[in-house]
Design a protein around this ligand. Structure first.
Ligand code: XMP
Length: 507
């Protein structure tokens, strides 16, 4: 079920480059709406204001190389920019040839503009980022816009509205890449601005139209994505049933907090109390993957049996999930893929009953959307919390006693981060408990109790992370409060591991 959002967007066709989403992102940073499409969708993109063909890992000389209906593309009558693979494809379509390379040119190269207008306006000799193996032999009529350090053309113009560049303007290593994209956008035909307020109004109207009075079921977690999604459905006047599964692996007071958070938006959520089922199924299980499997499967069972007959299921899938699930190995995306692949959801999707209004947005854009809807900044600034909950912070067998230790220690840590004004500068912070005993002295007695680990990381996207240098005094305060206030803990450790190689979560 698709949302079109805006007429006159910049249409980016994805030929499989790892940077396709980045192109969309850069365009939005320049203030214009961009949407990503598959080449096969060339006839279904509304009225674009300009078109970009992305790079890709393949070679145009391969027998089943990705292609696009060029005649259809030309009918739009708007400027077209090919990047790497996209450039090679355009060169072929315009009568040039491609010479397959044997090695891949990957990394920095020097760009020497040969002209000073159009795409190259204001561009000086500078570094660009290359990633290709094939090279273009241009047709006679093509104009060379720039060369590399060896005098080989790396930017071409085939006619008054068709351009190609052999490098990636979207990556930050291309020093003047943003300027080149801006030059291209200046040629676009009345491009739609990306402005979050207008975007929100459009999304609300479109959601209302697509839902068409049908009841919607939505799984919520209290996280940013599902909260913004529910608020959007609510604002669109949709009859939405929000289900929240209490799997017994939540943080202290989380159920009450999430209920209150939704009440603030005017939504009454239904809490499905399933803690006993989860904890019984997890009893004695130590293998991390087995724990995840049990939790994932039970979640689906519990959710769908509570939901009953679903006419429309709303999901908070974001833009990176859509592509990352295919290209990256991150656990978060694997899990989302796993969730997206569960048979019930696949069946609903087949019937056109899955609604994903946020699937064109990046995380920070979802937050901006939430702000535009007037959501509480505290909700929008919430740290991510994993689907399997405290299970991934409780290595070894999960017991209620060990979960209780995590809950108490976590609350102390998070509360201190908030009071010291540190919460918002941290991507994610939590307490975990280790499955061993460590010796301590309490009163006059030697005790053997659990060690607690504190972890706080800085990150942009959870793919890489750096441990946060929290002040020693701050850590001392948190450690004292945990050691004196949480029964069963005799030691507090601070995790100083970067990701990679360590992951953010403990399991
Ligand atoms: P890792 O531990 O892989 O975590 O560095 C990266 C981000 O993903 C979150 N995470 C999960 N989220 N289900 C989720 O919904 C999961 O199974 C899961 N595992 C990790 C983690 O909290 C971090 O934000």
């Amino acid at each position: 079920m698709s949302f079109s959002h805006f007429d006159r967007a910049i249409a980016v066709f994805d030929f499989g480059s790892q940077y396709s989403q980045l192109i969309v992102r850069r365009i939005r940073e320049l203030g214009f709406q961009a949407l990503l499409h598959q080449p096969g969708q060339v006839g279904e993109i509304g009225r674009p204001s300009a078109i970009i063909l992305s790079g890709g890992p393949r070679s145009t000389s391969e027998p089943d190389a990705p292609d696009i209906d060029f005649d259809r593309l030309m009918e739009y009558g708007v400027p077209v920019l090919g990047i790497c693979y996209g450039m090679q494809l355009l060169n072929l379509k315009c009568g040039g040839r491609i010479h397959p390379g044997t090695t891949r040119e990957y990394g920095p190269a020097l760009l020497r503009p040969a002209v000073a207008d159009g795409l190259m306006a204001g561009i000086t000799d500078s570094q660009v980022w290359m990633s290709h193996s094939d090279t273009c032999e241009r047709p006679e009529s093509a104009r060379v816009l720039a060369e590399n350090q060896d005098g080989i053309p790396v930017a071409l113009q085939w006619d008054d509205r068709m351009f190609g560049i052999q490098f990636h303007p979207e990556v930050s290593h291309s020093q003047q890449g943003g300027r080149m994209l801006a030059n291209f956008l200046a040629m676009a035909k009345d491009p739609a601005k990306f402005e979050i307020g207008a975007f929100k109004d459009r999304l609300v109207a479109e959601t209302r139209e697509i839902v068409a009075g049908r009841p919607v079921v939505c799984g919520v977690s209290g996280g940013v994505d599902s909260t913004v999604l529910a608020a959007l459905l609510h604002e669109a006047g949709v009859d939405v049933r929000c289900l929240f599964v209490d799997n017994g692996l939540l943080r202290k007071n989380e159920v009450q907090d999430v209920v209150a958070q939704f009440e603030e938006i005017g939504i009454q959520i239904e809490v499905i109390h399933a803690a006993d089922r989860f904890l019984t199924a997890l009893a004695g299980v130590e293998d991390p993957e087995e724990k995840r499997r049990i939790i994932g499967k039970l979640f689906v069972d519990v959710f769908f049996s509570a939901a009953g007959d679903i006419q429309l299921l709303a999901q908070g899938t974001l833009f990176p999930d859509v592509i990352e699930s295919a290209t990256s190995g991150s656990i978060a995306s694997t899990i989302k893929t796993h969730h997206n692949r569960v048979s019930q959801i696949m069946e609903l999707a087949r019937q056109g009953k899955v609604l994903e209004p946020l699937s064109d947005l990046f995380k920070d854009e979802v937050r901006a959307l939430g702000r535009a809807m007037g959501l509480n900044p505290r909700v929008l600034g919430r740290h991510p919390f994993p689907g399997p909950g405290l299970a991934v912070r409780c290595p070894g067998a999960i017991t209620e006693e060990r979960l209780e230790i995590i809950r108490e220690a976590d609350e102390i840590f998070i509360d201190a981060l908030r009071r010291h004004g540190l919460y918002d500068s941290v991507w994610q912070a939590y307490a975990a408990v280790l499955p061993c005993k460590t010796v301590g002295v309490k009163g006059d007695e030697r005790v053997h109790e659990a060690p607690v680990v504190l972890r706080a990381v800085a990150s942009q996207d959870a793919m890489t992370a750096e441990w946060v240098r929290l002040p020693g005094e701050f850590l001392a305060e948190v450690s004292n409060r945990i050691l004196n206030g949480v029964p069963g803990v005799s030691r507090v450790l601070y995790d100083i591991s970067t990701k990679p190689p360590a992951s953010i979560e403990w399991e």
